[in-house]
Write a protein that binds this ligand. Sequence first.
Ligand SMILES: NC(=O)c1ccc[n+]([C@@H]2O[C@H](COP(=O)([O-])OP(=O)(O)OC[C@H]3O[C@@H](n4cnc5c(N)ncnc54)[C@H](OP(=O)(O)O)[C@@H]3O)[C@@H](O)[C@H]2O)c1
Length: 225
Amino acid sequence: MPTILITGANRGLGFALAQSYLKDGWRVFAACRNPDAQVPDGAEAVTLDIADSSSIKALKKKLHDIPIDILWNNAGIYLDKNQKLEQVDDRDWLRSFEINCIAPIRVAEALVDNLARSERKVIAFTSTKMASLAGNGPGAYAYRSSKVALNMAVRCFAQDQENLQISCLLLHPGHVRTDMGGFEGAIDVKTSVMSMRRLVDQVNPSNRTAYRSSYFDYDGSSIPW
Ligand SMILES: NC(=O)c1ccc[n+]([C@@H]2O[C@H](COP(=O)([O-])OP(=O)(O)OC[C@H]3O[C@@H](n4cnc5c(N)ncnc54)[C@H](OP(=O)(O)O)[C@@H]3O)[C@@H](O)[C@H]2O)c1
C-alpha cells in the first residue's frame, strides 16, 4: 500500500489532501501540531510541530523504518496578509522564515531514509506563485520572502538527494478557499488537490529528471522563478 505523510493535515489543503489519498486506498499519516486535532477518518494521526526539532525527532522515531512514498510538506503560515510594511512585526517575519522555509527542509531531512526505502520517493513542497521573482506583486514581505527562500532551499536539498533518487517538487496550489486563502479564493480545495495530484502522483525515480529544477502551478504549468 503506498504511503504518504502530510504536514498540517488538520485543516485546509492538508486535510483535503489526506481525504483524497485515503479515498484512493493510501496509508495516510496526518501530521498535526495539536495532538487533539481532528484528522480525516482512516488517517493515522501523528503529532508534529514542524518548527520544533524535538517534535521532528519524535516523529522520526515513531515512524522508524516505514517507507514513505510521498512526504507532502504542506503546513505553512501567512502572518502578514494585507499588512503594509510598517505593520509587519519583525518577529512575524522571522517566524515566517522558520515555518515556511527552514522547517519543511528539516522535516524532509529527518525523513529521507523513509523516502529512500519507498517506491516513489517524492517530496512535495507547497510554495506559492507569490514567491515568483519574475511575477511578483506588492506587499506580503514576510510571506513572499520566506517562500522564495523555501524555493532556493528546496533546490539545494534536491541536489543533495540526487544519489537517493528522491524527487523534490515545488508547487503552487492556486488561490484556494481556505482559512489562509480566504473566501475570495479562486478555487476550492478539491480542485486544487485533484490538480496537484495529477502532477505529483506521476513522479517516480525513473522519470524524475523531467521534474527537476521546476516550480509548478497547480495545473502542471511551470512558474518562472
Ligand atoms: N490557500 C491558498 O490560497 C494558498 C496559496 C498559495 C500557497 N498556499 C500554501 O498552501 C499550504 C497550505 O495552506 P492552507 O491554505 O491550507 O492554509 P491553512 O488553512 O491556514 O492551514 C495551514 C496548516 O498549516 C499548519 N501549521 C502551521 N504552523 C504549523 C507548525 N508549526 N507545525 C505544524 N503545522 C503547522 C496549520 O496547523 P494549525 O491548525 O495547528 O494552525 C494548518 O494545518 C501553505 O504552505 C500555504 O502557504 C496556500
